[in-house]
Design a protein around this ligand. Sequence first.
Ligand code: ADP
Length: 257
Amino acid sequence: MCKVDKNENIIDIRSLSFQYGTRSVLENINLQVKKGSFLGLVGPNGSGKSTLLKCILGLLQPTKGKITLFDQPINRFNHWEKIGFVSQKANSFNSGFPASVFEVVSMGLFRKVGLFRFLTRQHKEKVKKVIELVGMTEYTKQNIGELSGGQQQRVFIARALVSDPELLILDEPTVGVDIRSANNFYAMLSDLNKKGITLLLVTHDVTAMTEHVNAVACLNKQLHFHGNTRDFHDNHGLSAFHGQEVHLLTHNHPGGE
Ligand code: ADP
């Protein structure tokens, strides 16, 4: 079993570099995500966010450096059920998809219980509870394809949460979602974070997100900033995001994580 202390890093990335062939995409990344934090990882398109995520999820092997997850080197990590993942691609059900919200969320239990016709009463209660947690109870029986993009994303969060992950990673979850819905969505994530779930939110959209996260990391091949949202708004991080020259890289971030 992996044990996690309050101050323990759930993700610990040290001196990570990555190249596609001879092309360098990530250079000397050092990034820690502490238990209980809500970190927004931002960067322009092409800045290496997805590549870094793929390294964290074990899908790509870094050219240099190391990643530790829940205190275990990634190559020996065998508790992937502790990590929930929601991608922007999840938001792609068309109106013909024949599954209710309840069924889609139940699919999140496949890894634990196999086919959902074998769900016990406790499993069904758990599914209802996470649907409630994301504010979708009134849509429980509705076809997923009939929901808006923002509502669908809530359902996919519930699907990721139903197996009780300790860390939820979200890749561009608000693509195609209007600003008001995105704001409500981030507020919901903030509530989940207050309930104890550690969140890593990856996005190129800094506008609404920074009001809700408690720390921001700016990536553009290198990590140009890592600190709390106040420092981020004091222009250091914003200029990093826009790719301008930056002199601040805060690894001790008071009031942040
Ligand atoms: P982001 O997620 O921030 O948009 P990516 O990690 O997708 O950035 O891409 C970073 C850089 O790596 C981009 O220049 C992209 O073109 C390049 N890249 C991404 N995937 C591949 C790949 N499979 N092969 C070669 N280059 C890639």
